[in-house]
Design a protein around this ligand. Structure first.
Ligand code: MRU
Length: 344
């Protein structure tokens, strides 16, 4: 893909500001961890794997701000707490924080300067692994996607949601790269419009044919046989295979099931949370009501109206045809097969 979502540059973190897309391609530079935490919270950067990479780089920046070796442990704890409080659903955030904390556990005797370097190295490793992981997901996914297919996706599980070329969209990019002709229908993804603003932008920028529809048009196009498969990303996959992803995913999965269309979830193993038994145990973020009462700057609802804004929903495992990971394609029974993935 022809842009960078997140990079480490001269001891700062550079991110494309996703709130400004598709109108402006602006890159923000962050020099401290508090700035990175705010960027995650405000969705300058979003998408589970990208949030994980940002968390790791944010902690690496935070560690660079520590001046006194004696205070390292407490300050690291405080940095991690701030990063962890940004968004609750995508487990990649907590996974990345744990990995960074592990660096300290492994190097308790190191000097302050050594620790700063080790934390930076681990963050860069997480970034590079995400790029490689995307490639593997992309190539495993090819077994499931035919030539000349029209696929439906929801939200943005592309390059903008990762450090590489994406998970769900990664499968599409890899397919096109290997010579397949693929088309994509993308649901706009109310309320925050990741489909309309981000997926439509990045696929167009990379010359993949994309058709934008509103969320309530998904059933219409499935009924007329326009869609061969649905492919989405995930924010957290529970041990039983239940999938938390952007609000509206559940509805698309139900429709796909009704029309006998395969429903695929593409996600790295860092999105799989074996500690969480089922989808009911996954914390669902509720975001600001303004995302619902407004579209961009424009108000569309009466003042004072009661509003709910869950940012994610749970697609029960039974509606998921297969989960595409960097370690291979996982099929039912998910509980057994997901567990097995980690013993490989
Ligand atoms: O609220 P967001 O934009 O962070 O939600 C993103 C999604 O739901 C994505 O589908 C998910 O994180 C997978 S991204 C590869």
């Amino acid at each position: 893909v022809n842009f960078h979502t997140i990079e480490w540059k001269n001891d700062s973190v550079v991110m494309i500001d996703q709130r400004k897309l598709p109108d402006q391609e602006i890159y923000n530079e962050y020099k401290d961890y508090a700035g990175v935490a705010t960027a995650i919270k405000d969705m300058v950067i979003r998408g589970a794997p990208a949030i994980g990479v940002a968390a790791a780089m944010g902690i690496a920046l935070g560690v660079r701000q520590i001046q006194n070796r004696e205070e390292f442990k407490d300050q690291l704890e405080c940095i991690c707490k701030t990063i962890k409080s940004t968004r609750p659903t995508a487990v990649n955030l907590f996974w990345a924080v744990d990995r960074m904390k592990h660096v300290y556990q492994q190097h308790k005797k190191s000097t302050l300067e050594e620790l700063k370097e080790l934390f930076k190295e681990e963050a860069l490793k997480i970034w590079q692994e995400d790029i490689d992981t995307n490639q593997k997901i992309g190539s495993f996914g090819q077994d499931l996607i035919g030539d000349n297919a029209t696929l439906m996706t929801h939200c943005n599980a592309g390059a903008l949601a990762t450090a590489g070329h994406g998970t769900a969209l990664g499968v599409i990019y890899s397919g096109v790269q290997s010579g397949k002709k693929l088309k994509v229908f993308v649901c706009e993804t109310r309320p925050f419009l990741q489909g309309a603003r981000l997926t439509a932008w990045e696929l167009t920028k990379n010359n993949i044919p994309v058709t934008l529809i509103t969320d309530n048009m998904a059933g219409y196009f499935m009924r007329y046989g326009a869609i061969e498969a649905v492919i989405v990303g995930a924010d957290r996959i529970a041990a039983n295979g239940d999938v938390a992803n952007k609000i509206g995913t559940y509805g698309v999965a139900v429709l796909a099931n009704r029309h006998k269309i395969p429903f695929y979830v593409a996600a790295p193993t860092s999105t799989i949370d074996l500690q969480t038994a089922t989808g009911d145990d996954i914390p669902i973020e509720e975001r600001d009501v303004n995302e619902v009462t407004m579209i961009g700057e424009k108000r569309i609802a009466p003042y004072g109206i009661e509003v709910r804004n869950p940012a994610f929903d749970i697609t029960p495992a039974e509606l998921v045809t297969a989960i595409i990971t960097e370690k291979g394609i996982v099929k039912k029974p998910f509980k057994k097969n997901l567990k097995q993935l980690f013993s490989k």
